[in-house]
Write a protein that binds this ligand. Structure first.
Ligand code: ADP
Ligand code: MG
Length: 589
C-alpha cells in the first residue's frame, strides 16, 4: 500500500519539481523543457486520438501551424493582444478539424490518415505561398504573451504557462478517458457493431476526439509562436507531424504520461542526433530522417507499448473500484405484460441472389421468452440483425412498442430499450468487467464531452457504476468487477455480455446463441438467470441450437428453415410437429 500512496503523490511531486526547475536549470535546458512541454501538448492529443481512439493523423503539425499562423497574423497585422490570438488559433484549428472530420470520418477510420496526409502537405504550401503570411520568410515580430500585466517574454516565464496548460490538458484527458464518453473512445478499436448496438454515435465520438486533438495542437501552435516570436512554414510540414506521432508511440500511446515521456525522448534524441550527425555526414538533415525511420521500426518491432509499458511493470496496479452511488440510474417503466411488444410483418432480406429471410411474420408479447430455432444458415442471425437495426430489410415492417423501427438506426432502437448479445462475443478484452458493463449504460446517461472533460459527470457516473455493479452481481460476476474481460473463460464472457445488456435497462433482450460453447452446468445456470431476468418483466428473444435448452426455457418458439417460417407454437406443439421433426429435429438427432 506504500507504493499506492507513492503513486497518488506522484502528480504533486512532479508539480513541485517542475515548479523549481527554471530556478536551478540552465537557460538552455529551460528552453529545451519548453519544447518538450509544447511537443507533449500535441502528443497528448495523439494519445487520445491514436492511442485510445485508434485513428491516425499525419496532419497534427499542420494544426500546430494553423494555431501559430492565426495568432501571428492577429498580433502582428492587427496589433491585437496574444489572448485574442489564442481565441483565433483555437477557432481556426477547430473549424478546420470539424470540416475535415465531417467529410472523412463518416467513411470510416481509414480515410482519416489519407486525408490528413493530403491536408498536411497542402497546408504547408499554403503557408509558404501566401504573401500576407510572409511566404517562405515567415512572420516575425510576434509579441510575447502578457498575462495579468506580466510579460512572458523570458523562456523561464512562458515555461510556467506551457507546463500549466499541459497539466490542465492531461487532467482533462484523464477525466475524459474515465467517463462515459471515454469508455466509448476506448472501445472504438475493435469494431463498430457493438458500440452502435448500445446507442453510441460513432461519428460523433470520432469527430470529438479529432477535434480535441486538433485544439490541443492549435494551443501548442499559439504557445510556439509567442515563445519563438517568429514563425516560418517549415516546422509545420509532414516530417514534424510524423515526429509527433513518434512521440505518442515512443512514450506509450495508451497513457497520458506517455505523451510527456515521448516528447522528452524525441526532443532530447533530436538534440543529440543533431550534435553528432554533422560530424558523420554533410547531409545531416536527410540522415536525421533515416535515423528516425530506423528507430520507429525498432520501436514498433520491440516495444509497441512504448516506454510507459516498460515502466508500468514496476508500478503498482490500480485496484480500486470506481465510485458507485447508493442508487442506480433511473429505470424505465416496463410495458404491461402480455401486450404486443415486437411485430414482424412479411420481412424479406436478400444478400445478392440469396434470400436469407423470406416473408417472416410473427408477434412477440411483453414478458415472454421467445425462441428462434432452425438449422445453420436458416437466417436466424440475419433476422436478429434486422430486429436490432444492424441490417435493414428489403421489404416488410418491424414494429417495436408500437413504433415502426424498420428504417430506424441501431442507436435509436437501442434507446427505445432493446439490448443484444452477439453470436461471436463482442467484448473489449483489455477493459475491466465493470468498464465493459458500463458501456451498456451509455444510452441511459447523458453527460457530453465537455462535462466529462471537466469532471462534472461524477454524480451520474457513480449512479451508472451502481447500475453496472448490480448487473454484474445479478449474473454472478460481481466479485470480478476489476478483472480484465479478456481473462474470463468463454462461458463467463457470454454472461458478461448479458450483464452489459442488462445495464442498458432493456425492455427486450435479444440473445444470439447464448448457450453456445457452454458446459451442461453452465447452461442450467444460464437458463435460471434468463428466467430471473424474465421475472423482472424483461422480455427475451433468443436463438439457440440446444433443443433441451430451448424447449425447457421458452414460452413460444418460431422455427425457421431456409429463411422461411416453418411454424410457430409452444414447445410442446413444436416437438409434436412432424414437419419440424423431419426438417430439423430429425436431422440433428
Ligand atoms: P443462421 O444464423 O441461422 O445460421 P445466418 O442468418 O447467419 O443464419 O445466414 C443466413 C444465410 O444468409 C446464410 O446462407 C448466409 O450465408 C447468408 N448471409 C448471412 N449474412 C450474409 C452477408 N452479410 N452477406 C451475404 N450472405 C450472408
Ligand atoms: Mg447465426
Amino acid at each position: 500500500m506504500r507504493s499506492q500512496r507513492l503513486l497518488r503523490a506522484f502528480p504533486f511531486l512532479a508539480a513541485v519539481l517542475l515548479a523549481l526547475a527554471p530556478l536551478v536549470l540552465s537557460p538552455f535546458t529551460v528552453t529545451l523543457m519548453n519544447y518538450i512541454g509544447i511537443g507533449a501538448i500535441v502528443a497528448l492529443g495523439l494519445v487520445l486520438l491514436t492511442g485510445f481512439g485508434g485513428l491516425t493523423s499525419f496532419g497534427q503539425a499542420a494544426f500546430v501551424g494553423i494555431g501559430a499562423y492565426a495568432t501571428a497574423y492577429v498580433t502582428t497585422a492587427l496589433g491585437l493582444p496574444a489572448i485574442a490570438g489564442l481565441v483565433l488559433s483555437l477557432a481556426a484549428t477547430g473549424a478546420v478539424a470539424l470540416f475535415l472530420g465531417a467529410i472523412t470520418l463518416r467513411l470510416g477510420g481509414h480515410f482519416l490518415p489519407l486525408s490528413t496526409i493530403a491536408w498536411g502537405i497542402a497546408i504547408y504550401f499554403l503557408f509558404a505561398n501566401i504573401p500576407g503570411l510572409g511566404a517562405y520568410d515567415g512572420v516575425s515580430g510576434i509579441p510575447p504573451i502578457v498575462l495579468a500585466g506580466v510579460s512572458l517574454q523570458a523562456d523561464g516565464a512562458i515555461y510556467y504557462l506551457i507546463w500549466a496548460l499541459l497539466a490542465a490538458g492531461m487532467w482533462g484527458i484523464a477525466n475524459l478517458l474515465d467517463s462515459r464518453e471515454g469508455r466509448a473512445i476506448r472501445s472504438l478499436r475493435g469494431g463498430a457493431t457493438m458500440l452502435a448496438s448500445l446507442g453510441v454515435d460513432l461519428f460523433r465520438v470520432r469527430l470529438a476526439i479529432f477535434l480535441i486533438a486538433a485544439l490541443l495542437a492549435g494551443l501548442a501552435g499559439w504557445l510556439y509562436a509567442h515563445m519563438l516570436r517568429f514563425i516560418s512554414p517549415s516546422p509545420f510540414e509532414m516530417r514534424p507531424s510524423i515526429e509527433f506521432l513518434f512521440m505518442a508511440m515512443a512514450g506509450g500511446a495508451t497513457s497520458i504520461y506517455g505523451a510527456v515521456i515521448g516528447s522528452a525522448l524525441v526532443i532530447l534524441l533530436k538534440n543529440t542526433i543533431q550534435d553528432i550527425l554533422p560530424h558523420l555526414s554533410s547531409n545531416a538533415t536527410q540522415l536525421e530522417i533515416v535515423v528516425f525511420a530506423v528507430l520507429l521500426i525498432l520501436l514498433l518491432q520491440y516495444a509497441r507499448g512504448g516506454v510507459i509499458s516498460l515502466v508500468r511493470r514496476f508500478l503498482p496496479v490500480k485496484l480500486s473500484l470506481p465510485m458507485a452511488a447508493a442508487d442506480g440510474l433511473p429505470t424505465r417503466t416496463m410495458p404491461q405484460p402480455g401486450i404486443a411488444l415486437l411485430r414482424l410483418d412479411t420481412i424479406v432480406r436478400r444478400f445478392g441472389g440469396l434470400v436469407a429471410v423470406n416473408r417472416v411474420s410473427f408477434e412477440m408479447k411483453s414478458g415472454e421468452i421467445m425462441g428462434l430455432i432452425g438449422p445453420n444458415g436458416a437466417g436466424k442471425s440475419t433476422l436478429f440483425n434486422l430486429v436490432t437495426g444492424a441490417l435493414k430489410s428489403n421489404s416488410g415492417q418491424i414494429t417495436f412498442l408500437g413504433r415502426d423501427i424498420s428504417r430506424a438506426p441501431q442507436r435509436a432502437i437501442a434507446k427505445l430499450g432493446m439490448a443484444r448479445t452477439f453470436q461471436h462475443v463482442k467484448l473489449r478484452p483489455a477493459m475491466t468487467l465493470i468498464d465493459n458493463t458500463l458501456i451498456g449504460a451509455y444510452p441511459r446517461t447523458t453527460s457530453g464531452f465537455l462535462r466529462c472533460l471537466l469532471r462534472l459527470d461524477r454524480a451520474e457516473d457513480a449512479r451508472a457504476t451502481r447500475s453496472a455493479l448490480d448487473a454484474l452481481t445479478f449474473v454472478g460476476l460481481g466479485d470480478k468487477a476489476m478483472e480484465l474481460a479478456g481473462n474470463l473463460p468463454l462461458g463467463n464472457q457470454r454472461v458478461l455480455e448479458i450483464a452489459r445488456a442488462l445495464a442498458a435497462d432493456p425492455i427486450l433482450i435479444v440473445l444470439d446463441e447464448p448457450a453456445a460453447g457452454l458446459r451442461k452446468a453452465e447452461k442450467l445456470a444460464l437458463a435460471a438467470q434468463l428466467r430471473a431476468i424474465q421475472a423482472r418483466g424483461v422480455s427475451i428473444l433468443l436463438v439457440e441450437h440446444d433443443m433441451d435448452f430451448v424447449m425447457g426455457l421458452c414460452d413460444r418458439i418460431v422455427v425457421l428453415e431456409f429463411g422461411s417460417m416453418l411454424m410457430e407454437g409452444s414447445p410442446a406443439e413444436v416437438r409434436a410437429s412432424a414437419r419440424v421433426q423431419e426438417a430439423y429435429l430429425g436431422g440433428v438427432a
